[in-house]
Write a protein that binds this ligand. Structure first.
Ligand code: PLP
Length: 459
């Protein structure tokens, strides 16, 4: 039998030339986004003041199955793609498991994560439309880094609202974003009405992705020629990230492998939505039935303990309403070190699939995540991002279960990024200072009480 290589790289010619739109195969569509002014379903044109036109079109298109990736985007992708599919031989050996563990590694680019896949696309379409500036938010800093890199390439000025705890925890992330020429503002800030209101109610807040989104959207809609771009949650972002899953599937097909379980960490859902896309397609079309598993932090458990409800995507309540699993847009997660997973909601597409039983979800505690991260680093020699380590934790637990049952399952997980800017977190773990904050039901209730009331839809 041919031995599976440690790393499989597709050739440039084998790289997918189209993105896959999962919605085209969903039997039931996610509920439509609602305009918060009149609670009517939002139309493509309603999005134009906030998003660039092509991205608004992609956001609303639930029928086109495949979108051609424009040639200039493919050329940019080729700077760091195809990304490797890695067989975790060392990890398997260290665990003594009969399971076969594969991971798709997206951290092999300057930004250090999968976020560049959508950043390049969004900056490209903004340039095509002749926009003169962009704004965004960033939590952990990976999205801000990726977008600043893409905007620098396309020569578009960018303002990044960075969640204050991350801004303080990760000064070097900020420095990279500045190196690529973007402005970085800690959020909440006094530069927007939304930021000032949030600061007034809680002057010491460390911020959240929800706050930073409010600020970035406000800046975009009040600045001529400026639009807002988001690094996760939205349908368009899942579309761009489908490149991860399409490449992974192409590589596994070459090896004659098919996963029994596909695992990804879930913040707003973009890497998970991208990784699972072709496997979920098989599931939706009845061709195969892999288990799909979302892993979220116990400190911010939107799928496992949230409500499936219409909610604002931001804390300042300026965005359209999306039907999703949410902890309430006012929920401010504790200062967990996986900044990219500290979001109150979840992609409406993934929320719908989860609600309809196509996907499972678990939540894991921070110290257990770092235990897995350190074990993985020692065996696979890649220092994982804390976000990615959530998927590692679940993959290791699955492999240990296989050891107990003797099953030789094939496990595929997404290793979304590297953790070189998360050394404060690693230090806190090594020094035994890391804590596992899990919100109580009472605390979650406060967030749920703030869910919007929508006559006839959500009373
Ligand atoms: C390395 C990494 N992985 C995962 C995530 C989670 O985001 P998403 O759920 O959109 O993939 C982030 C977000 O910042 C990240 O930086």
């Amino acid at each position: 039998m041919k031995k599976v290589p440690h790393r499989l790289y597709l050739t440039e010619d084998q790289m997918p030339k189209q993105w896959y739109n999962l919605r085209a195969d969903m039997k039931e569509q996610p509920e439509p986004m609602l305009n918060p002014a009149n609670f009517e379903p939002a139309k493509e044109e309603d999005l134009y003041p906030v998003f660039c036109k092509e991205l608004a079109r992609q956001e609303m298109d639930s029928t086109t199955r495949y979108f051609d990736i424009p040639e200039p985007i493919l050329d940019m992708y080729k700077i760091y793609r195809p990304s490797p599919l890695i067989r975790a031989y060392n990890l398997e050996k260290a665990l003594g498991t009969p399971a076969k563990i594969y991971y798709k590694f997206e951290g092999n680019n300057t930004s250090g994560s999968h976020k560049l896949n959508s950043a390049i696309a969004q900056a490209y379409y903004a340039k095509e439309q002749g926009l003169t500036s962009l704004t965004t938010e960033t939590g952990a800093g990976q999205w801000g880094t990726a977008l600043s890199e893409a905007c620098s390439y396309y020569d578009i000025p960018l303002t990044v609202y960075m969640v204050k705890v991350s801004y303080n925890q990760k000064p070097y992330r900020k420095a990279i974003i500045q190196t690529f020429g973007a402005d970085v503002i800690p959020s909440p800030s006094d530069t927007t009405n939304a930021g000032r209101a949030i600061l007034e109610s809680d002057p010491n807040t460390g911020g959240s992705l929800g706050c930073a989104i409010s600020e970035a959207v406000e800046k975009a809609v009040t600045t001529e020629g400026c639009r807002y771009v988001l690094g996760s949650v939205l349908n368009q972002v899942l579309l761009h990230q489908s490149i991860i899953g399409l490449e992974a599937k192409a590589a596994m097909d070459i090896l004659g492998e098919y996963p029994d379980v596909v695992i990804g960490c879930a913040g707003g859902g973009s890497n998970l939505g991208g990784l699972i896309a072709p496997y979920m397609q098989d599931k939706l079309l009845g061709k195969a039935n892999p288990r799909i598993l979302a892993v979220e932090p116990a400190s911010c458990p939107s799928l496992t303990r949230g409500r499936y409800a219409y909610d604002f995507c931001d804390t300042g309540k300026v965005t359209p309403l999306a039907k999703m699993y949410t902890l309430g847009s006012g929920f401010v997660p504790s200062g967990n070190h996986a900044g990219g997973l500290r979001y109150h909601g979840m992609s409406p597409v993934l929320s719908k699939l989860y609600h309809d039983g196509y996907m499972d979800a678990i939540s894991v505690e921070q110290t257990k995540v770092f235990e897995a991260a350190v074990f993985f680093a020692k065996n696979e020699t890649i220092l994982p991002a804390p976000e990615s380590a959530h998927a590692i934790r679940a993959a290791i637990d699955e492999a240990i279960k296989c050891k107990e049952t003797g099953e030789a399952k094939t496990i595929l997980f997404g290793l979304t990024g590297t953790g070189y800017f998360d050394m404060t977190a690693y230090t806190s773990y090594h020094e035994g200072k890391m804590t596992d904050y899990i919100p109580s039901d009472e605390e979650l209730k406060i967030g749920f009480n703030g869910l919007p009331k929508i006559p006839g839809i959500q009373e």
